[in-house]
Write a protein that binds this ligand. Structure first.
Ligand code: RUB
Length: 315
């Protein structure tokens, strides 16, 4: 891999670039950069190398269907015109990477519009982790003149919630940072017009939500208090492999994220550090997507209806 692509890979792996959307876009750019530098002897050679690079880039975050989807989409686009030689393919891949980015931005604007309509004036909103989509929804609500209060969980162990809190605070939105375990306390004081908003890393065929670890606990508590939880996400987080019985992998992160170098006396202690967890569909009020606000059970069908069956090679 060329140095710039290696750097992108390292940054994604180390969570310096995080959030499903940002990861997918960065890797599409990286794939296009790598393919620009490749000297392929033939169309077949080009496509073989492209697939190899896509598989390597995907391995940076194993639980990122948006990333897998983006890589599949790029391969599918590259393969679809058999008359293109290696030189033409190079240009086509660069074009597709730009188109991917454009569509992602357009989708996000639609989700921001639909999602902001679910946030009433005067509402309190609880959010978890850092989702660029959620930040966009909340900024849109603020742009529309709604006065809202957002509670951000810190999101241990990597504190992505601090990023959210800073971004919203800087935008002039009233923001409160709380420790993760205060989520139930916040929810218990909410009124029934308030909402919980989270992003998504993956959505399964049965409508379950895979998102930052802790989401399922917040969702269960929100359900208990009668507060709706919406997941705002582009439909490319839907993982078609789950339709064929493939379980969603949960990425395990290193122990050093929890037991850092300064902590003594933990040599005999094991650490479990899952990056994500699964929220059952029954705790998700709806998915707010670019094609509309969908109940979890309808999402898979709606995606198929809108975009057709996923005929791309699944890996
Ligand atoms: C981030 C996370 C986000 C989703 C959605 O986890 O769980 O909620 O990725 O983000 P991590 P977006 O920090 O481990 O990547 O809406 O930006 O796609």
């Amino acid at each position: 891999m060329i140095p710039a692509v290696e750097k992108a890979f390292r940054q994604v792996k180390a969570l310096k670039i995080q959030g499903a959307e940002a990861v997918a876009r960065e890797m599409v750019r990286a794939l296009a950069e790598e393919m620009k530098a490749v000297e392929a002897g033939s169309r077949e050679d080009f496509l073989r190398r492209m697939k190899k690079t896509a598989v390597v880039l995907t391995s940076a975050r194993p639980t990122e269907p948006a990333l897998r989807h983006a890589m599949r989409f790029m391969l599918f686009q590259a393969r679809k015109n058999p008359s293109q030689d290696a030189g033409e393919l190079k240009k086509a891949v660069a074009r597709e990477a730009k188109a991917f980015e454009k569509t992602a931005l357009e989708n996000k604007a639609k989700i921001a519009l639909f999602g902001s309509r679910l946030v009433p004036h005067g509402a309190s909103v609880l959010v978890h982790c850092h989702s660029s989509t959620i930040v966009r929804v909340l900024k849109k609500a603020a742009d529309d003149g709604k006065r809202i209060r957002v509670y951000c969980t810190e999101t241990r162990p990597r504190y992505q919630g601090r990023v959210t809190a800073r971004e919203l605070g800087d935008y002039g939105i009233k923001t409160t940072l709380v420790v993760d375990s205060a989520a139930n306390y916040v929810l218990s004081r909410m009124k029934d017009t308030d909402v919980v908003l989270v992003g998504a890393d993956a959505i399964t065929a049965t409508g379950d939500l895979v998102n930052k670890v802790g989401t399922s606990l917040i969702a269960a508590a929100a359900n208990e208090h009668g507060i709706p939880l919406y997941s705002c996400t582009a439909t490319h987080k839907y993982d078609p492999l789950t339709l064929y019985g493939v379980p969603e992998l949960i990425e395990m992160r290193p122990r050093e994220e929890i037991i850092d170098r300064g902590m003594r006396g933990f040599g005999k202690v094991d650490v479990l550090n899952p990056a994500f967890d699964v929220t059952p569909a029954r705790h998700v009020a709806a998915y707010v997507t670019e094609i509309g606000v969908l109940p979890p059970q309808a999402l898979a069908t709606a995606v198929w209806k809108e975009y057709g069956l996923d005929k791309e090679e699944l890996f």
